[in-house]
Design a protein around this ligand. Structure first.
Ligand code: FEO
Length: 183
């Protein structure tokens, strides 16, 4: 059984993960609008990853017999200055998410909630990967330094990012994740 303080904090985190999905979907739409279809693909895959993050929390609350409470999402930005602007905003958003996951972990430790600590460990690891991915692309964008030819080459590379994340959660998140695992 979860403490109310933990249920409330996880419900807030569901909102943050869904806002992340919303933000990256907006970046995908913007990338498409300026002809960067590879960037659009990368952000759309990221959108799906964020939905998995939200759905894992959703399922965890329900499995613990508590109630999911969804909240309104704020409107994401719709215009961006450049690919670098999108990725610096993405990194800073992910750093904010990392801090919120760490706060959740601190709360679970405070309440001696071992199940939640084990569950949250997946997110702690995931955030290391999220920030690493963003940092890698920012470094590449610095090297590109507004060279259109190099930017199009990166766009082609980002077009190859595969959708290995589940989109059908009807049988639960874990079942969807194992059904869509890369061979
Ligand atoms: Fe769900 Fe990108 O953190």
């Amino acid at each position: 059984m979860l403490k109310d303080e933990i249920v409330n904090a996880i419900n807030e985190q569901i909102n943050r993960e869904m806002y992340s999905a919303f933000l990256y979907m907006s970046m995908s739409a913007y990338s498409s609008s300026i002809g960067l279809k590879g960037f659009a693909n990368w952000f759309m895959v990221q959108y799906h990853e964020e939905m998995v993050h939200a759905m894992k929390f959703y399922e965890y609350i329900q499995r613990q017999g508590a109630q999911v409470r969804l909240k309104a999402l704020k409107e994401p930005p719709v215009e961006f200055k450049s690919p670098m602007d999108m990725f610096t905003q993405t990194l800073s958003h992910e750093q904010f998410i990392t801090r919120s996951i760490n706060d959740l972990m601190e709360l679970a430790i405070k309440h001696k909630d071992h199940a939640s600590q084990i569950f949250l460990q997946w997110y702690v690891n995931e955030q290391v990967e999220e920030e690493e991915n963003d940092n890698d692309i920012i470094l590449q964008l610095k090297l590109i330094n507004n060279d259109p030819h190099a930017l199009l080459m990166l766009d082609r590379e980002l077009a190859a990012r595969m959708m290995t994340v589940p989109t059908d959660f009807s049988k639960g998140v874990e079942a969807a994740m194992s059904a869509t695992k890369a061979p």
